[in-house]
Design a protein. Structure first.
Length: 147
């Protein structure tokens, strides 16, 4: 579950994570055969949690008796997908993903800009304009080679 990424590095990181997951699944003798009805429910629940709380959600990992933060899930993913990441020459994907978790998502930055503008006395159209300006600035930084 992702939002639009105005930062090129973030978009490439998320695309690389998806590529790794697909490559891992394709390397399995019978992809998806280990998934049970419980697996399907866990996937649906985690999707709902991601929609509701984004990277701050606690995710269910089958076989574990406690939920995992996005950072903890990423650690498990690195253990499982690390070799594939090296083979695909995207070994920095996990450190980039941790950076996204530390700095927040585009959606979080947009909400912060909006709330700051409203608290500063701006009306909704002016606050939304500041959000657009923020998105344009983040996108333009990539065009200039600044990251």
């Amino acid at each position: 579950m992702t939002d639009a990424c105005p930062r090129l590095d973030d978009a490439l990181c998320i695309a690389s994570l998806f590529r790794l997951l697909v490559a891992y699944a394709m390397d399995q003798p019978r992809p998806g055969s280990a998934y049970s009805q419980a697996s399907q429910w866990i996937l649906k629940e985690n999707r709902w949690r991601a929609k509701r709380l984004g990277i701050h959600a606690a995710f269910i990992v089958e076989g574990y008796d406690r939920p995992f933060s996005a950072e903890q899930w990423l650690f498990l993913a690195e253990q499982m997908l690390g070799d594939a990441a090296r083979k695909m020459h995207v070994e920095n994907v996990f450190s980039q993903a941790r950076q996204i978790l530390r700095e927040g998502t585009s959606a979080e930055r947009q909400r912060t800009v909006f709330k700051r503008a409203i608290r500063g006395g701006e009306d909704v159209p002016a606050a939304l304009s500041q959000v657009v300006d923020q998105l344009l600035m983040e996108t333009a930084q990539q065009d200039c080679g600044v990251s």
